[in-house]
Design a protein around this ligand. Structure first.
Ligand code: BJW
Length: 246
């Protein structure tokens, strides 16, 4: 793991810090990523499960997949990478600066680690709603899904779907707006644990750089946008971030 003095110095004095995270930051907690060799997409192709057509074609399969992932997330805990970002937020806010963590993750681990200024760009695994009447799903519905039964809305009989953003769907308006503003304002921007192949999230570090921020990514492998950033810190988030924030 090697990061530059420039990054350390800029982070120590930055007034506006923005962060984008992806599945890699939760890997050390035991949540599989999507595209790594042991990732979720090796078992299921995205087009089979992560779009509305797939859901309508086989709701029980898709509901069951999400129920399984929900269970995994409930059994794991935030790791030192999540905790270091919560600490970075406290440091920046304490010196009167602004901080926003935009996460593509649906696992809720940043909030559990103590981060407060967080936007969830791709929704949350921990919530569900009716695809027809949009009422939030109750515990009963999610219990049925966990048992492998089709989850239906008790009010209207519509299918229950997770509150996540699938391919071809718009990102929630306020979170993506706030994330874009944070990228425009940032003095330093960190992109952590993402392959940066899914847009519009992958465009945030590029927006930040075009607007003048110093942009670094933290990833054991260079991402798809690495060549357009100031620095790639090669290493695991749980090792790099605590050292960077210390
Ligand atoms: C570590 C580590 C460790 C490992 N430490 N690192 C522009 C160009 C082309 C296409 C598009 C475009 N704009 C929009 C599109 C279409 C599409 C898209 O981007 N497609 C691309 C695949 C080409 N985007 C969309 O459809 C989005 N909506 C949209 O744009 O709406 C407008 C619109 C509507 C209609 C038509 C056109 C436009 C929605 C995208 C939704 C993505 N949803 C998913 C599933 C969420 C639900 C669920 O969880 O099941 O989100 S897909 C999946 O990928 C998930 C993730 O959030 C997302 C990103 O993955 P991530 O986090 O980067 O994970 P990995 O696995 O890819 O990478 C992990 C990384 O961690 C690796 O780099 C490792 O090396 C690293 N790592 N261990 C640090 N310890």
């Amino acid at each position: 793991m090697l990061f530059s003095t420039a990054l350390v110095q800029r982070l120590a004095t930055a007034r506006h810090v923005g962060v984008l995270t992806g599945a890699g930051i939760s890997a050390e907690s035991g949540v599989p990523t999507f595209r790594d060799p042991d990732g979720l997409w090796q078992q299921f192709r995205p087009e089979e499960l992560a779009n509305v057509e797939a859901f309508l074609a086989n709701p029980t399969l898709v509901q069951g997949w999400y129920a399984h992932r929900r269970q995994v997330v409930e059994e794991v805990a935030p790791n030192p990478g999540h905790e270091a970002l919560a600490e970075l937020e406290r440091l920046v806010v304490a010196r009167g600066g602004s901080f926003l963590l935009a996460t593509q993750n649906v696992d809720g681990l940043h909030v559990r680690a103590g981060s407060e200024h967080v936007v969830e760009l791709h929704g949350s695994l921990l919530r569900s709603h009716c695809i027809a009447c949009e009422r939030p799903a109750s515990g009963d519905n999610t219990g049925a899904i966990a048992r492998g039964e089709p989850g239906v809305c008790p009010a209207c009989g519509g299918l229950i779907r997770p509150d996540v953003v699938w391919f071809g769907e718009m990102l929630p308006e306020e979170p993506i707006h706030r994330a874009e503003q944070s990228a425009l304002d940032a003095d330093v921007y960190l992109s952590v644990g993402t392959s940066a192949v899914v847009f519009p999230a992958a465009g945030l570090p590029l927006t930040a750089r075009a607007a003048g921020a110093y942009v670094a990514e933290v990833n054991p492998e260079p991402s798809a946008i690495a060549h357009e950033l100031d620095e790639t810190v090669g290493g695991r988030a749980g090792d790099v971030l605590p050292a960077l924030v210390d």
